[in-house]
Ligand binder design. Structure first.
Ligand SMILES: [Zn+2]
Length: 461
């Protein structure tokens, strides 16, 4: 087999791994690079392979850095099946329709940002998204399906977000049975909401993520205690707690954590407002898959009127509902996107809470270099939003252990469970430091030197 890495090499975005097994060509994921989409020179527009020659596309999960270029693939001529778990297929449709809508606005406003560009085109349009959705083939976990002659796909639960999967391919080559495994994004263990990542044994070829390859995160129980203290403080001071969170995954996880806190830790319930129309649509999908959660989470959510929605949780659908929060008194929790505070309604809430030291901002996810979220998490004195400067007096708490990604201990545990006789291994989806830190963790389980590939680099395995 020949494997070529067309994204997520020494960085966390743009996942796209091309497998060639004899004459069969299979692409795993086709994610967006963290780069704008409109500009003609954007890396998102450079496919280094011919999409018309692919036999199948396999999706690991529905985060944009894994699905965000799928409609562009279809627009560029791909006409075959796209495999995904049922929940991933549902979420993909919502996420990509939303992206197409945002791009329409970006194109409309492009003359301000790119006055020198004569014609501006979106990476893809609504019609491309609808074509893509028609190509989605739903494959449940633990259900083998032949995706190309002699190549059998089995999805295993990755425990990262709803629908997320470890991709396993079994095939014959040179008269031998071979097993290829891509971890996708691997979840943390013991997070109460989603099950631990599934174990896959007897792996010949492994491609693994490394987001937190060099880091140990706080155990979940300790995070819940810290959240407890933050909520208790807000109750005492009658203040606001603002949590910037991605609409997919992190928002639902934080809603669940608060439900758990109110139900099991004797914290007086306070109102929780989720201010993101996209999060509302995605949470509806989360309610359709009750079997996806741990028995512990189910027994807790079964007591509420609906999953991810006790009587203390309210979703703001309209701008009016969102604005109303600015004039309400605490205690309350506001969860809004975007997760790194770069756009969206979160900025309006931050503007109203940052100056008051009684309020709190809780950072629960990775903040990229140069983002407003990063500045806040580093505790700068002043921040700029909407062309105005604001004093950052609110208390800032960084609880990045709520991340959906395995830390170095989780990854080491998972590698050990494979049985430890991996022939070839590749580390992707991490900053260079995280990837390099993961090499010595993974190496004891691999028979040849572990690779950290460069963009578009190919290997025969
Ligand atoms: Zn992910």
């Amino acid at each position: 087999m020949r494997i070529t890495f067309h994204g997520a090499t020494r960085q966390v975005t743009g996942t796209a791994h091309l497998l060639e097994i004899g004459s069969r060509r299979i692409l795993i994921d086709c994610g967006l690079f963290d780069s704008e989409r409109i500009h003609p020179e954007s890396p998102n527009r450079q496919l280094a392979f011919d999409p018309r020659e692919l036999d199948a596309v396999i999706v690991s999960h529905a985060h944009n850095d894994h699905i965000g270029r799928l409609p562009y693939l279809v627009r560029s001529g791909y006409n075959g099946p796209v495999y995904a778990t049922p929940a991933t297929a549902d979420i993909t449709a919502v996420m990509l329709r939303d992206s197409a809508r945002i791009q329409r606005e970006e194109v409309r406003n492009a003359h301000i940002k790119y006055p020198h560009l004569e014609t501006v085109e979106p990476l893809y349009e609504q019609a491309d998204v609808e074509w893509l959705i028609e190509r989605l083939q739903r494959v449940p976990y633990e259900t083998p399906v032949e995706v190309a002659p002699g190549v059998v796909l089995t999805y295993h639960d990755a425990g990262h977000i709803l629908g997320s999967a470890i991709v396993r391919l079994d095939y014959q080559e040179g008269g031998r049975h071979r097993r290829f495994v891509f971890t996708g994004d691997l979840g943390r263990r013991a997070t109460h909401l989603l099950p631990d990542p599934a174990i896959v044994r007897d792996v010949n070829i492994l491609v693994t993520e490394s987001t937190y390859g060099g880091k140990e995160l706080e155990p979940y129980d300790r995070l819940i205690k810290q959240l407890h203290a933050i909520i208790a403080r807000a109750i005492r001071l009658e203040s606001k707690v603002v949590i910037p969170a991605f609409s997919l995954g992190r928002t639902q996880r934080m809603v669940y954590c608060l439900q758990e806190l109110f139900a099991q830790h004797k914290v007086r319930p306070i109102p929780v407002y989720v201010d993101s129309p996209l999060a509302l649509r995605l949470t509806d999908i989360h309610r359709e898959y009750p079997d996806a959660y741990t028995p512990q989470a189910r027994s807790l959510m079964d007591k509420d009127p609906m999953y991810f929605g006790s009587r203390f949780v309210e979703f703001c659908a309209s701008w009016d509902e969102s604005r109303r929060l600015n004039y309400m008194n605490g205690p309350m929790v506001i969860i809004a996107s975007s997760g790194m505070c770069e756009a969206g309604r979160i900025r309006h809430h931050l503007r109203h809470v940052v100056a008051d030291p009684d309020n709190a901002i809780v950072i629960v996810s990775y903040q990229a270099e140069g983002t407003l979220g990063r500045q806040i998490s580093e505790g700068v004195e002043r921040i700029q939003m909407f062309d105005q400067w604001y004093d950052l007096n609110a208390a800032v708490y960084v609880l990045d252990g709520f991340s959906g990604h395995a830390d170095s201990n989780d990854l080491a545990w998972w590698y050990e469970q494979t049985g430890g006789n991996i022939e070839s291994a590749f580390i992707v989806h991490g900053d260079p430091e995280a990837m390099d830190a993961l090499v010595p963790v993974l190496q004891p389980f691999v028979q040849s030197p572990v690779h950290t590939p460069e963009l578009h680099q190919s290997f025969e395995v």
